[in-house]
Ligand binder design. Structure first.
Ligand code: IVH
Length: 666
């Protein structure tokens, strides 16, 4: 049964890919939309039933297409309005006065929700199937951005359970704050312009005609309302939350209900205390009447409903002095100016550094050393210099110019044609080397515990490391030369290095630090080629056909592997027995072989997030599933494990505690 299902999944994927190609690339489909949808639905259902066969390269996770020439237009079923903004308690009081005028003496429960600072979207589900996703546009007609929205992992292509016949659902696409910080850092590193905040980054991602770009961006969505709705009865806004949960549509994690002005103001205040901890940026609170019947009595103005308002929080900013501008050298040699600030508290944490991105940015804002500057946290995470308090200038401030020589190695720096970034082109520059090696060893790449930036810096200084392959030539004698590194840490480090040799291929590809090749492109490349040789020998055309890769990334990867020095590096990694082939895993240790017996189910509370544990299992050749059956090999049960543990016991499936599992990993 399971094998038949696996074969069927593979067949469906191949078939759907082929229809995607005919539809998107040749604009010559050979089946009707209904036939296509039937195939698609069958695959979605099978992947749901057998989650162990789910794979990120399935067409259900990807968009089919190549870049579009322009967006089609979509007319919203119900108009998309905006909200009246308020900035003070007084204005919230006015709102309450208006409510009480229309509904005198009535209880008027309101809901207070985070105002997500992203891009408004409207998605139409018919019989549970996503038909399209559109931007707000002018409120009546928006752009069809279905291809991009489908790349967002948390957007279901098909709703769970029994769905309403028509559901036009409204929400906000956002960029994860942490992902935004990483994206900007990578863009600055690559000499690309940075986004001012996560909202601009999300908007920029959704406006791309090539869905491969949106697919690489850390986007998410929060739904907060509906447009047209048929086949479900709702009497109040708070009915939406259980409905969304049942259908698999993500909603905000916190909301408050209030029955008076005082309670409303308290909720607005509480939200302001907790919102910095959310994964998405928020810029206010939305106050909306809960009861739909009461909403109807209030009605609309031309632009916005009278039953809701947005309360905007003040952006958290602080003034401080710019003491100096330092210059850092990144992994690819890009020089980045960094502001050294008199420490100041902003957005709940102390800030002493802020990125200035590049020289143009400094000139545009006319930032000078010694200035009093205004600091804000872009997207709640990265401190940025917003502007200069010109009125406080004394005349003693100094202009900043990028150095002509690399501050680390002294080589002349270069500016590429048409680029803003200035680069140190000395491949042996110790600063670049440190960054490249730290990136290779980092948790997101080869995950070598104990090989952090400070350790790498010492090793580069002692000439123990000249490139990443030298990591695998380290031994206890050489490491003994380092200062303040004890025997125990040396043996731990060598063990961590040995363990890193069998990491999945995508980690190695990502670890190589190829310009523009992020995690999702690296995963897609590993899935497609299965081994590094295939990737090294591929043509630009073949690379660009992979949907997460696209033009720029494809070209960059090709150039990287054409470079003889990089090919030599790969050869050295191969002789050091680093795993370069996902298809043919190296010798399986006794421990690893037990990971391959049946699927794994993870349940209960564990000391590490479940997806990290799942990754450790997958890295050892295991498969992870969401439900316990006779085919389950192991159930890893944490604290408070419930139904799955019961079922495992009933079926006689082997149950492991976290401690037993950790022992297997060693
Ligand atoms: S309710 C009739 N709830 O803010 C409009 N909007 O300035 C009802 N937004 O257009 C909108 N978070 O794009 C609502 N929890 C939330 C929201 C939210 C963000 C956006 C939305 C809206 C804009 C209004």
């Amino acid at each position: 049964m399971r094998q038949t299902a696996q074969r069927k999944v593979q067949m469906l994927r191949a078939e759907i890919e082929e229809h995607n190609r005919r539809y998107y690339e040749e604009a010559a489909p050979t089946i009707t939309d209904q036939e296509y949808d039937a195939l698609y639905r069958e695959l979605v259902d099978l992947e749901k039933e057998f989650p162990e066969f789910n794979s990120t390269d399935s067409p259900t996770h990807k968009v089919g297409g190549v870049p579009l020439k322009s967006f089609a237009q979509v007319t919203h079923r119900a108009p998309m309005l905006s909200l009246e903004n308020t900035y003070s308690e007084e204005e919230v009081r006015d709102f309450y006065r208006r409510l009480e005028r229309v509904l005198p003496g009535k209880k008027i429960p309101v809901v207070i929700e985070p105002k997500v600072d992203g891009v408004a979207v409207s998605l139409l589900y018919e019989a549970g199937q996503l038909r399209y996703a559109a931007t707000r546009g002018d409120g009546t007609v928006g752009d069809d951005i279905t291809q991009n929205v489908r790349t967002i992992r948390s957007v279901p292509v098909r709703l769970k359970g029994s769905a309403p016949s028509i559901l036009e659902v409204r929400g906000e696409v956002f960029m994860h704050k942490e992902g935004f910080a990483k994206l900007n850092a990578a863009r600055a590193e690559d000499g690309l312009p940075v986004f001012a905040n996560p909202r601009n980054a999300a908007a920029g991602s959704l406006k791309q005609l090539d869905p491969g770009i949106a697919a690489q961006r850390p986007l998410g969505v929060i739904f907060y309302g509906t447009g047209q709705l048929e086949g479900a009865e709702l009497i109040r806004h708070t009915d939406l939350f259980p409905l969304f949960r049942r259908l698999g549509l993500p909603a905000g994690e916190r909301w408050w209900i209030a029955e008076s002005l005082e309670e409303t103001l308290r909720a607005i205040h509480e939200l302001n205390q907790v919102r910095h901890g959310f994964a998405y940026q928020t810029d206010g609170a939305v106050v909306k009447i809960d009861s739909f019947a009461q909403r109807e009595l209030l009605g609309f103005t031309a632009k916005s409903p009278r039953w809701a308002i947005a309360f905007k929080y003040e952006a958290e900013r602080a003034d401080t002095r710019l003491l100096d501008i330092l210059v850092q050298v990144g992994r690819t040699g890009v020089l980045t100016p960094v502001a050294a600030l008199e420490p100041v508290t902003v957005g709940g944490s102390r800030v002493a550094r802020a990125t200035l991105h590049n020289e143009e940015e400094i000139q545009r804002k006319d930032i000078r050393i010694g200035d009093t500057v205004v600091i804000e946290k872009a997207g709640d995470v990265i401190p940025a210099v917003v502007s200069v308090r010109m009125e406080l200038r004394t005349g003693a401030e100094r202009e900043f110019h990028m150095p002509k020589n690399c501050p680390e190695c002294g080589s002349l720096v270069q500016k590429d044609e048409g680029q803003v970034a200035v680069r140190c082109v000395n491949a042996q520059c110790p600063a670049q080397l440190r960054r490249r090696i730290s990136h290779f060893a980092s948790r997101g790449a080869m995950d070598i515990e104990g090989l952090g930036e400070a350790m790498v810096a010492q090793m580069v200084e002692h000439r123990l490391l000249r490139d990443v392959s030298d990591i695998y030539r380290l031994d206890a004698t050489r490491l003994g030369e380092l200062e303040r590194v004890g025997e125990k840490s040396i043996s731990n480090l060598l063990e961590a290095i040995a363990r890193s040799k069998t990491r999945p291929l995508w980690r190695l590809i990502f670890g190589l630090g190829i310009l523009h090749a992020g995690v999702s492109a690296s995963r897609a490349l590993a899935d497609h080629f299965q081994n590094l040789q295939g990737l090294m020998d591929s043509s630009v055309d073949e690379l660009q056909r992979i949907s997460e890769v696209g033009e720029v990334v494809g070209q960059s990867i090709h150039t990287f592997f054409q470079e003889p020095a990089n090919r030599a590096l790969i050869a050295r990694l191969a002789t050091a027995d680093v795993h370069l082939d996902d298809g043919e895993p190296g010798p399986i240790s006794a421990a690893d072989s037990s990971f391959r017996q049946g699927t794994w189910v993870i349940t209960g509370t564990l000391s590490q997030p479940r997806d990290e544990i799942a990754e450790a299992i997958i890295a050892r050749g295991g498969k992870v599933s969401g439900s316990v059956s006779k085919k389950t090999g192991y159930v890893l049960a944490g604290e408070d494990a419930g139904g799955k543990l019961e079922k495992a016991k009933k079926l006689g499936v082997r149950v492991l505690s976290e401690a037993e599992f950790r022992a297997m990993l060693l």
